[in-house]
Write a protein that binds this ligand. Structure first.
Ligand SMILES: *Cc1c(COP(=O)(O)O)cnc(C)c1O
Length: 386
């Protein structure tokens, strides 16, 4: 979609990367680290300063205590942490449960492990996309080895509610499954929604691998500094896999992110405020252009039902996303790209697309103007729903 957006000169609200780099002082810290010689392999577990900063962050924000020597592992972004975690705990004959829609790398990691991917739908409701608790309980069984939970959730923007988290915890305990969490949007929540790590729920600390990263929190997605925290035996298992994926990486970025985690709360708060403004701008823009939207309480994304705009040339969300850059100069991503082909959720969300608001306000305003034109022009009233 990014290539298509580029070719068509479209406002790219498809791929979710910020068009403004993270704080100057954090970037300067990495430059200093290069100058001071942080240029060779860091230790496999990550440098001590970053492991301590991660442990301190988990303690200060969530009251979670981890030993930086044995219970914290630095990874090449959350992607490596999640993939290594899945490879560490699951294999052929095992089931791994995720929500659906799901982030693409989750499905790829499960496939690489040779495990079976079982999904539980999130359904579009008035107050957000909600987890089907009935389906969750039905999805778990003797083969369930792990439950991979992403909250705040990409692509839907949902922050799982306390009763949804408790239900997941209960299912995990009953199935004796490991929980792997993807918390890369932990700080990017809105409307007073609070992120609660599953590891804080009763009985969960010892069966949970919590994965996060600096990319989204500090708008430094290209640095790929992530981490996993959990009980030592699980972290050791992830380390054993990580050893032969990357071994280690990001030498000058690790000390910079260590400082960011300790001194960056103000920067995080400011990003959150600015993202909140952009969220409301995009949400109101999409609504006034004629889309049905679900208000996200976290992440970078708004999901919208493109149903009213579907037509001969664009019969579903996927076709709409291919058609839109040329027709209106805006790029988005279909939600079916985050679903299993042919699944119930894929059918339920066939007309839905995802727009990101992690772009300059001018880009968002341009996109909104163009989408309103779509509604006024050949769109809405003229287009019978195929
Ligand atoms: C961006 C993203 C990631 C990847 O994180 P990195 O630290 O860049 O590897 C993982 N999960 C979700 C849900 C994401 O949106």
């Amino acid at each position: 979609m990014s290539a298509l957006a580029e070719a068509e000169g479209a406002a790219n609200l498809g791929q979710g990367f910020p068009d403004q780099d993270g704080p100057e002082w954090i970037r300067a810290a990495a430059a200093t680290a290069i100058g001071e010689g942080a240029n060779q392999y860091p230790p496999g577990r990550g440098i001590a300063a970053l492991r301590s900063a991660v442990a301190e962050h988990q303690q200060r924000r969530y009251g979670l205590a981890f030993d930086p020597e044995t219970e914290v592992l630095v990874t090449a972004g959350a992607t490596e942490g999640l993939t290594a975690a899945v490879l560490a705990v699951a294999g052929p004959g095992d089931d791994v449960i995720t929500l659906e829609p799901f982030y693409d790398s989750h499905a790829a990691a499960i496939a690489m492990a040779g495990a079976r991917h079982v999904t539980v739908p999130l359904r579009a409701e008035e107050d957000g996309f909600r987890l089907d608790l009935e389906a969750l309980r039905a999805a778990a069984g003797p083969a369930t080895r792990a439950i991979l939970v992403n909250s705040p959730h990409n692509p839907t923007g949902t922050v799982l509610a306390p009763e949804e988290l408790s239900a997941i915890a209960r299912v995990a305990v009953d199935a004796d499954a490991v929980v792997i969490t993807d918390e890369v949007y932990e700080h990017l929540t809105f409307d007073g929604a609070e992120h609660t790590p599953l590891a804080t729920l009763p009985g969960m600390r010892d069966r949970t691998l919590t994965v996060s990263s600096a990319g989204k929190t500090f708008s430094l997605t290209g640095w790929k500094i992530g981490w996993a925290t959990g009980p030592a035996p699980l972290v050791d298992a992830v380390l054993a896999i990580k050893q032969f994926l990357t071994y280690s990486g990001g030498a000058p970025f690790q000390p910079a992110i260590a400082q960011a985690l300790v001194h960056g709360d103000g920067d995080i708060a400011e990003l959150k405020r600015s993202l909140d403004r952009r969220r409301m701008l995009l949400l109101e823009g999409l609504r006034s252009a004629g889309f049905r939207t679900v208000r996200p309480s976290g992440t970078y994304f708004v999901c919208a039902d493109a149903g009213p705009f579907l037509r001969e040339e664009a019969r579903d969300g996927a076709a709409f996303a291919r058609w839109l850059p040329g027709a209106a100069g805006v790029a988005c991503v279909p939600l079916t790209a985050f679903c299993r082909p042919g699944s119930e959720t894929s059918r339920a969300l066939s007309d839905w697309v995802r727009f990101t608001f992690v772009k300059d306000e001018s880009v968002l305003s341009t996109a909104i103007e163009r989408l309103k034109g779509l509604g006024r022009g050949a769109g809405l009233s003229a287009a019978p729903r195929p």
